[in-house]
Structures are given as C-alpha cells and as structure tokens.
Write a protein that binds this ligand. Structure first.
Ligand SMILES: Cc1cc2nc3c(=O)[nH]c(=O)nc-3n(C[C@H](O)[C@H](O)[C@H](O)COP(=O)(O)OP(=O)(O)OC[C@H]3O[C@@H](n4cnc5c(N)ncnc54)[C@H](O)[C@@H]3O)c2cc1C
Length: 426
C-alpha cells in the first residue's frame, strides 16, 4: 500500500465527514467527491486495514442467499462441537450476542430468505455493474480486478445435486451458470482431487486483490480532493439538537455538515454512546496468503462443504474461511487454521508445496438478518450508517458507497432502501 498521509497540515471540516477507511468508507468518499462534495475521511489505522485487508476478494453477484437461512441451523449445531469446523460461537454471557442469536434464528425461514434474496439480488447486480463502470473509467484495472468467474467445488454427490438445483434457480434469475462433472472440474483445475463430485461455475463473478483495489481507490479519491487522515481514531460523536456537531478524535475535533459512519464491525461502540443500537456482531474469519511452488489454480473456487474460498491474487494464492462469533477478538486459533488447511489438502491435493506469506484474522460486520444497513438513525438527522455487510462487503462496496453518498447528502437514492434501513430493527 502506498505511504499514507498523516493528520498533519490538513483541514478539520468538510461537507461530508466519513469515519472508517475500509471499502465502505472509500467507496462513499469516491461517489460523494465525484458529485462535487468536499470530503474528509478519518481512519484509526491505515486505509484498508480492517476486514477489507485479508478477505477472499470475491465479487459474486449470484451470492443472493443471506447468511440467515434454514439450512444453517442444523449444520450450526453440528459444527459447534467440532473445533476444526467452519463455524463457532464462543460460549459467553453477553446479552447483545444472545439477542443477536435469537434474532438470527428467527430469520432462518424460507419467507425471510425469499425477501432478503430479492434485496440482495438488486444490490449485488448493481454493485457488479459499478465494478465494471469503475474498470471502464480506469479507476480500477487488471492489476486488482479480474473477471474469470467462481467455481464451487463439491465433494459430496448430494451437495453437488443441491448446487445444480441452486444453479437452475440462479439461471432463472438471469445469471450465467455452468455445471461441470468431476472430470471437467479436473480439466479446469488440475490440482483438484479425483474424489470431487462436481462443480458449478458462476460465470459472471469477478475477484479483486483487496489491497491493490484500496490503493487504486485511495489514489482516485485523493485526486478528487478527498482529505484522508489516517492514524486518527474517533472516540466519540458529539450531538447537539439532533445533529452530530463533531467527531472527537485523538488528534482533535473534526466537523462535517453530514457524517457517515462506516467503521465496519467496530461501528456499535461509537453508536451505543449516542443511544443508537444496531444488533451487529463481529464474525471472525481467517485467511492465509501463500506463495505456491507449483501452478496457480486458473480461477477462484469455493470448497463447498468446507466453506473455504481459494483466490488467486497476483503471485499469491489466498485461502479464507471460518465464521466465529467471538466478539471483538483478533486472535488466531491454530485449530481453525488446521481446519482450513485440511480442507485444502482434501479438495486440492495437487497444489504442491507453498510458503505462507501471511496468516490473518479479520472481523466481518454481521447483522442477524444477513442484510447490511444503509440508513439514517431516528433523531440524528445528519448521520448515515453504512455497515453490516458481513461476507459480501467487497462485492457490495461500490453500490453501498453510491447509495450512502446520495442518502447522506439528502438526495434520493436510486433504490428503495427500506429493506436495508434501520427501521427494521424497531
Ligand atoms: C475471512 C473473510 C473473507 C471474506 N471474503 C469476502 C469475499 O470474498 N467477498 C466479499 O464481498 N466480502 C468478503 N468478506 C467481507 C468483507 O471483507 C467485509 O464485509 C468488508 O471488508 C467490510 O468493509 P467495511 O468497510 O464495512 O469494514 P472494514 O474494512 O473493517 O473497515 C472499517 C474501517 O473503520 C476503521 N475504524 C473503526 N473504528 C474506527 C474509529 N473509531 N475511528 C476511525 N476509524 C475506525 C477500521 O480501522 C477499518 O479500517 C470477507 C471477510 C472475511 C473476514
């Protein structure tokens, strides 16, 4: 990542003040600045150092099933007992977590999946289109964004058959899908196991190299005049007469006529202090970035039963997976990493040797209905929240940025945002 500016010799007020320099913050800055708005962005660490850093980089518009789905309940209970499984809840007495689990469970219904899928379909397709627009505009390029599709690889025949059914449904929603038998999977991915039952290719998917994407976006927003203050942690939002009047930081106060909170999994702590509660839980995931001795897989994959993503990123290959509800906690569990590695060896025994370059843990911001929040809290008229994008934040970055910028500036967003508003939490 290019050297980032410090907080020195820059101004402390703008039309739009954005808190958080992840994908949501930077995309919001981009669309606001492009519309002529003066923007100031505060980031406590470095740009793109939160969940946006070590994720799997998949941009899959056909990911329209929310995390809260009936199928997860049975699996969840089984996984809880397995230390190498892809899902874990650390048992603890935490009222917010218990409320979250209760709400999550109540959303695991077919009716919710249908309603949420509609919302996700609209957001996903619009965001994938914006990625292509960013590519056409030269904001991003093939150094960070590649369209090669995504291959779901299934170990079990029954799961492969479910994948085929899902592919038929996605085709009826307008996505291009391709079903591959075991032999065809191995023709495409020679390192795949002979025991693979088959694969489903989500043809229109793309993938990014997150650090490079953020570098490109950062360069572009600076060019558009956005002031970026890194190493600047917001400790509190000052409220007067139903407005945020300043963001208090460890480097003084900053002001914006309008304020966007895009601080990912850490958003609830600032909101709680001003009486706004959103039921957001951090869900930890891991990734390993490795340099292979042998040949790279030609396209990204999801190892279906293991819930592990495998993404080529330049000269590195990234394995990413697990979802742990452990609160704000970045410790790396060797057992979970082992779980990821075992599934890699099982699905892709031909990958050969590698050197591990980075082992990382990050927090997905998760809401119990599996949808993000793009909305304004009641009673604080100049605050907009863009958070809770869980496992599809990279995919949804551009559309969230565009909608958030418009909403924050008091303009009509181009989509109905009721499904992702704060009103749904009462
Ligand atoms: C293992 C893993 C794999 C994933 N794979 C994918 C994938 O393949 N595709 C996909 O679409 N999504 C994926 N995701 C999800 C995606 O990474 C997130 O949804 C997305 O990065 C969230 O972006 P964000 O901007 O909301 O949060 P973040 O990237 O976390 O950014 C928030 C920023 O706010 C800053 N901040 C927080 N508090 C303050 C404060 N008080 N003051 C100033 N700054 C503050 C943080 O430092 C951080 O930089 C994955 C996530 C994980 C963990």
């Amino acid at each position: 990542m290019e050297k980032q500016f410090s907080h020195l010799s820059q101004s402390n007020s703008a039309d739009l003040l954005i808190i958080g320099g992840g994908i949501m913050g930077l995309c919001t800055a981009y669309y606001a600045a492009k519309a002529g708005v003066s923007v100031l962005l505060l980031e406590k660490d470095e740009i793109g150092s939160g969940a946006t850093h070590g994720n799997a980089g998949l941009v899959v518009p056909s990911h329209i099933v929310p995390l809260a789905a009936p199928s997860i309940i049975g699996k969840g209970l089984k996984w809880m007992l397995d230390p190498e499984s892809p899902f874990y809840i650390r048992p603890r007495w935490d009222l917010d977590l218990l409320r979250w689990l209760w709400a999550f469970r109540s959303h695991c219904t077919e009716a919710h999946v249908q309603a949420a899928s509609k919302t996700l379909l609209e957001l996903n397709v619009a965001s994938a289109r914006l990625y292509r627009e960013l590519e056409d505009a030269g904001v991003i390029g093939d150094d960070c964004y590649t369209r090669k599709g995504l291959l779901y690889v299934y170990e079990e025949e029954a799961n492969f058959q479910n994948g085929i059914e899902e592919a038929k449904h996605l085709e009826s929603e307008g996505f291009e899908m391709e079903v591959l038998d075991s032999k065809k999977v191995r023709e495409r991915v020679p390192s795949a196991s002979e025991d693979i039952a088959g694969g489903v290719h989500h043809v229109e998917s793309a993938h990014v190299i997150p650090d490079r994407l953020m570098e490109r976006l950062l360069r572009t927003v600076r060019h558009l005049g956005v002031e970026v203050h890194t190493g600047t942690k917001v400790t509190e939002l000052a409220i007067e007469k139903g407005r945020v009047t300043s963001a208090k930081t460890d480097h003084g106060d900053f002001h914006g006529e309008r304020v966007v909170l895009a601080s990912g999994a850490l958003s609830p702590s600032l909101l709680k202090k001003i009486g706004v509660r959103i039921p957001l839980q951090p869900a930890k995931g891991y990734s390993l970035s490795v340099r292979l001795d042998g040949e790279m897989p030609p396209l990204p994959m999801i190892l279906a039963e293991a819930y592990v993503a495998v993404t080529p990123m330049g000269d590195l290959l990234r394995f990413a997976g697990t979802l742990e509800l452990t609160g704000v906690d970045y410790t790396i569990s060797p057992r979970r990493i082992d779980g990821i590695l075992k599934s890699i060896h099982r699905f892709l025994p031909g990958l050969g040797e590698w050197e591990t370059v980075e082992t990382w843990a990050g927090l997905r911001p998760c809401l119990p209905d599996g949808l993000p929040v793009i909305g304004k809290p009641n009673g604080i008229e100049n605050l907009t929240i863009a958070a809770g994008h869980a496992k599809i934040g990279i995919l949804l970055g551009p559309i969230t940025g565009k909608l958030t910028a418009r909403l924050a500036m008091g303009e009509e967003p181009e989509m109905d945002l009721k499904g992702v508003g704060l009103g749904r939490f009462g």
